[in-house]
Design a protein around this ligand. Structure first.
Ligand SMILES: Cc1cc2nc3c(=O)[nH]c(=O)nc-3n(C[C@H](O)[C@H](O)[C@H](O)COP(=O)(O)OP(=O)(O)OC[C@H]3O[C@@H](n4cnc5c(N)ncnc54)[C@H](O)[C@@H]3O)c2cc1C
Length: 365
């Protein structure tokens, strides 16, 4: 783990948006700060604790970066599963949750070519996909009850990202921090952050969105010790910015935005654009396509007034044995997803203990 210390001015910056043109912050979840800003006006006081706790923890104690990136975490989890005689199947998509009345029995899945189709039976299933997506895998008769707790909830924001490879470390061009937040002049209030989502639906060249630049080389990331040095630009996106465009227009729009945003980064850090040897853009549509995330949501449900208090979370669903284990339990980001997964495991173990206890009582009576 690499430790990232919080800095006082990252906390103070949101309060002084009208004076501050751009600012720096060091953060584990660079774009999570944008999420917080986008969410703040919509979060009622009783819900705010669920969002304030991770931020306070960061400000007081700093953040942590997993050396080797999230792939290292996935690899370690796979290792633990295999050590416990578990099996990990990749490149398979679950298409059906096998249910008997109101209890899950297993999952049917297929490979990409649909040549390898199989059913795995299990008394407990953890659903990592979005509830709306899980509902499509359930028999029609189960869907209404399953979706009822989530009916008033909306998907969270989505993101665009531009992955950059640089021939020289960004520090050579004046980058001093792990993450740098660049706010265009039109962002004067917290409310303005909400408008940021629609900007990539406009022709590049008009308004610029607020965005962050992450320089992984500032910390001991264990990603690329030699060039290319990795960097990421990231901001808020919407699926609707991209869905109506033809493939050709989409490519042009992406190229235009990459030129525009890299140009703006170069204005802040003169010369950096000339060191870029690789660039690649992902949008809300990319996320929706690869992760089956509704509207490309990356943080589970939006933190809205009507939403459930995140501190009163449960992973339980209307289908016995099927637990939500994702950002849709507590909230998004790696921390939120981990809290959701841990909650699901705890609740499933408790339910299993309870069943064992009841069957033991049955044997005694
Ligand atoms: C570009 C980007 C950068 C981010 N950066 C950060 C960051 O720096 N810090 C941070 O804290 N958070 C970050 N996030 C947010 C964070 O990644 C998410 O909030 C978190 O991963 C959500 O976890 P999850 O387990 O709920 O969902 P996911 O990580 O989306 O996992 C869901 C998985 O289910 C799979 N799936 C869906 N349907 C099926 C099916 N039918 N069969 C089989 N598999 C299926 C998907 O392919 C996916 O792998 C970032 C997100 C993005 C997109």
């Amino acid at each position: 783990m690499s430790k990232i210390k919080s800095r006082g001015h990252s906390a103070a910056a949101p309060l002084g948006l009208d004076q501050i043109r751009w600012m720096y912050a060091e953060h584990l979840a660079a774009e999570a700060w944008l999420l917080l800003l986008a969410a703040v006006p919509a979060v009622p006081e009783d819900h705010a604790a669920g969002y304030a706790i991770p931020q306070a923890s960061y400000l007081l104690g700093g953040g942590h970066y997993i050396r080797g990136g999230s792939q290292a975490l996935s690899d370690r989890l796979v290792e633990l599963i295999r050590q416990s005689n578990g099996v990990v199947e990749t490149k398979h998509e679950v298409d059906t949750l096998v249910v008997d009345e109101d209890r899950v029995l297993g999952v049917a899945n297929h490979d990409r070519g649909r040549t390898d189709v199989s059913v795995e039976y299990a008394p407990v299933v953890f659903g990592n996909a979005a509830p709306q997506h899980l509902a499509q895998m359930l028999p029609e008769a189960c869907r209404h009850a399953f979706l009822a707790p989530y009916r008033s909830r909306h998907p969270s924001i989505s993101l665009w990202t531009i992955a950059l490879g640089l021939s020289r470390p960004p520090a050579d061009f004046g980058v001093r921090h792990y993450s740098t937040f660049i706010l265009p002049p039109w962002v004067r209030t917290l409310g303005a952050m909400r408008d940021a989502g629609a900007i990539l639906g406009e022709e590049p060249g008009t308004r610029l969105p607020p965005y962050s630049f992450v320089d992984y080389h500032r910390i001991d990331d264990a990603l690329n010790p030699t060039p290319p040095y990795l960097g990421t630009l990231c901001g808020i996106d919407r699926l609707s910015n991209w869905t109506s465009l033809s493939a050709e227009t989409k490519q042009k729009r992406k190229a235009g935005w990459m030129d525009r945003l890299i140009g703006d980064l170069d204005r802040e850090f003169p010369g950096i654009a000339g060191a870029i040897v690789h660039r690649e853009m992902a949008t809300a549509e990319t996320i929706a396509h690869y992760l089956s995330a509704p509207d490309g949501a990356v943080y589970g449900f939006a933190p809205e007034r009507e939403g459930r208090n995140p501190l009163a979370m449960t992973a339980q669903t209307s289908v016995k044995g099927l637990w939500l284990a994702s950002a849709y339990v507590f909230g998004g980001g790696f921390t939120g997803a981990m809290i959701g997964g841990a909650t699901a495991a705890r609740e499933a173990i408790r339910a299993a203990d309870h069943r064992l206890y009841l069957s033991a009582l049955g044997e005694l009576s």
